[in-house]
Design a protein around this ligand. Structure first.
Ligand code: PBG
Length: 325
């Protein structure tokens, strides 16, 4: 042995050295802020299971969008709570619907903010399922596609910069792409909820969007949390159909899926840090059991380290402030 005294050494980290060798940097540019818009005026109604999140009316939503832009956030994702619900979710594809009005109001007032809309029927159907129902209570995949495409088109006509189908019907990316292209919106990207698991972590969202299914569950069309190989197949199908950005959802319980999708596909990858992930941190922080800021930054950094290029998170405004500090 040439160097009998040699033994491997670990880095001793001073703050500056820590900055130099850091592999993952969380940036405000990575964050997308989900928002809920409801009928009314001057509304900012707290969502009980998601402390710090609100139902906004169009006017207060615009103010929140301004705040997001001023914090440097690049994008918001809109969910709608309509005035009326029916069997076919028609308030979802009404050109004068709540999300459509919200999009044009934001676009009128706020420059430099990418407005993404969630495309799904569950917020607009009386039964709370993500698609049309057959007489036997099963979701009618193919009949739903046309309505989703109509919804996406009305969002884009109102000014949406990107649409994000979250329904998990087969073929919806292709259908939406076709309709947008036919109407001259070839430049509008689709962010597809490609690997969306049937997760218990969506619990608080069901209150936020008032979209709990009236009967049954979503396991027929959302993925089994036990399956990672199937997630890769879902992603590859959505890419074939024309998805520009693909999403894994939820984020923290599915970091392995994020990492595998990152390795196998070259598309921009989004991860959705969902309502239950948010609520858990909020609840523990309120009790003083954890340090909220540190846990949020660690969680979001972990999601990015796993391979996500962008993160949809209700922590977006707080995280933006913390990152800039
Ligand atoms: C609509 C939709 C859901 C979420 C996003 N879009 C709920 C669901 O599929 O049950 C969940 C978001 C969250 O929990 O933060 N399909």
């Amino acid at each position: 042995m040439y160097f009998p005294d040699y033994r491997p050494r670990r880095l001793r980290r001073t703050p500056t050295l820590r900055r130099m060798v850091r592999e993952t940097t969380l940036s405000v540019d990575d964050l997308i802020y989900p928002l809920f818009v409801a009928p009314g005026q001057g509304l900012k109604a707290p969502i009980a299971a998601m402390p710090g999140q609100y139902h906004f009316s169009v006017d207060t939503l615009v103010q929140e969008a301004v705040r997001a832009r001023d914090l440097g956030l690049p994008a918001v994702l809109l969910f709608g709570l309509p005035e009326t619900k029916d069997e076919t979710g028609s308030s979802g594809y009404d050109p004068d619907g709540i999300v459509q009005r919200a999009v044009s109001a934001i676009k009128e007032k706020v420059d430099d903010l990418v407005v993404i809309t969630d495309v799904c029927l569950c917020e607009y159907t009386s039964h709370g399922h993500c698609g049309l129902l057959q007489p036997d209570g099963q979701v009618d995949n193919d009949a739903t596609l046309e309505l989703l495409a109509r919804q996406a088109l009305t969002h884009v006509q109102a000014g949406a910069d990107m649409v994000a189908p979250s329904d998990m019907m087969d073929g919806r990316v292709a259908e939406i792409r076709q309709v947008l292209d036919d109407e001259g919106f070839t430049h509008i990207p689709i962010m597809s909820y490609a690997a969306k698991f049937a997760s218990a972590f969506y619990g608080p969202f069901r209150e936020a969007a008032q979209s709990a299914p009236a009967f049954g569950d979503r396991k027929g069309y959302q993925m089994d949390p036990a399956n990672a190989r199937e997630a890769l197949r879902e992603v590859s199908l959505d890419i074939e159909e024309g998805a520009d950005i693909i999403m894994v959802k939820p984020a923290l319980p599915f970091l392995d899926v994020i990492a595998r999708v990152r390795q196998e596909f070259d598309r921009p990858l989004a991860a959705y840090n969902v309502s239950g992930e948010y609520a858990m941190i909020k609840a523990a922080a309120e009790r003083g059991w954890i340090d909220e800021k540190a846990v949020v930054i660690e969680s979001l950094t972990g999601i990015k380290r796993a391979g996500a290029d962008m993160i949809l998170t209700y922590f977006a405004p707080d995280a933006a402030r913390w990152i800039q500090e």
